[in-house]
Design a protein around this ligand. Structure first.
Ligand code: FAD
Length: 288
């Protein structure tokens, strides 16, 4: 279908973007890579009066790696993450998860800000942000807000952003060198959104789990941290018995709905298997 008609602006500063969004009271939308928004327009799932293109905002293209963590500007593309010379070492879980996002053409344009703002319940980056306790920085007419990822995703395609706000960056806490992690995803075809995906990481203290985090996408209206699984593993012995318990607990912790892609029962079983495999990868991955 042809796109609905809309006005178009391509400002050069964040201040102009915010002013335009604020003056249109929810009738304007930012345009980043267009990989989700343009299909939404074509399907008439969105019909904003004004598109505010963010592509001139070079100030939102930074990837900063520092002692206190990794910061991604909102206009960083998937490709930028995957081709960065040191980001994989600085945050291997992030780089591993992003490698599952879509395929080359989409990764060449799609942005991290667009992904978190779009809030697809099966998207990898929102899941990683929640699991890693990342912070999402929003800029609007009232200034800057720093929002915990856990409070940002409110439902399918719904976030805590106000209509005049844009995402400016996503901040991930530092990733200790010896941290062990796994990320597993199951999709019908390579590059499709996940039917379900799980991330798991911990800091081993000898043979004991410490600082366990387990997250899931594709099994609820927004990305989840599976706190019940984390509690089950924390301070316990690392090994097969723990993995088996975690698999059962992960399945029991979610109640996904049926949809056109899979039944809820299928996804419930699948997330257990994804958690089991992610944990096993984490246990056997000695060096990140
Ligand atoms: C075939 C295909 C397969 C895909 N597979 C996957 C996948 O496996 N995993 C996955 O995660 N994604 C997948 N995607 C989505 C893709 O990752 C998109 O790039 C991403 O969801 C949106 O990023 P974008 O930059 O294209 O945003 P856009 O499409 O430009 O915008 C998306 C939404 O976010 C808003 N927005 C954009 N930037 C900002 C900002 N800085 N602040 C506030 N609001 C903003 C827009 O107004 C719009 O509502 C797929 C897309 C396609 C077409």
């Amino acid at each position: 279908m042809k796109l609905p008609s809309f006005d178009y602006a391509c400002p050069a500063t964040v201040a102009e973007v915010v002013a335009l969004l604020a003056s249109h009271g929810g009738e304007a939308k930012p345009l980043a890579g267009g990989q989700s928004l343009v299909p939404m327009l074509a399907f008439r799932l969105a019909s904003p009066a004004l598109l505010v293109d963010l592509r001139k905002l070079n100030e939102l293209r930074h990837i900063a790696i520092a002692d206190d963590g990794v910061t991604l500007g909102a206009m960083v593309r998937w490709k930028d993450i995957l081709e960065h010379p040191t980001l994989r070492r600085a945050h291997p879980l992030l780089a591993t998860a992003v490698a599952h996002v879509a395929h080359y053409q989409v990764r060449n344009r799609g942005t991290v800000g667009g992904s978190v703002a779009h809030a697809d319940p099966a998207a990898e980056l929102p899941g990683i942000a929640v699991t890693c306790e990342a912070k999402i920085v929003a800029l609007g007419k009232a200034g800057r807000r720093v929002i915990d990822a856990a409070d940002f995703f409110l439902g399918p395609l719904m976030t805590a952003l106000q209509p005049d706000e844009i995402v400016s960056e996503i901040r991930f806490p530092a990733w200790p060198k010896q941290r062990r992690f796994g990320f597993r995803e199951f999709a019908r075809r390579r590059g499709d959104f996940a039917l379900a995906a799980a991330a798991a990481f911990f800091d081993a203290d000898g043979k004991v789990f410490r600082g366990v985090r387990v997250g899931a996408v594709g099994v609820a209206d927004y990305p989840l941290r599976l706190a019940v699984v984390e509690r089950l593993l924390e301070d316990g012995e690392i090994g097969e018995a723990a993995i088996a318990k975690a698999e059962a607990a992960a399945s029991a912790a979610v109640d996904p709905a049926d949809d056109i892609h899979a039944t809820g029962a299928y996804r419930k079983a699948l997330i257990g298997v994804m958690v089991e495999r992610a944990l096993r990868d984490a246990i056997h991955r000695a060096d990140g």
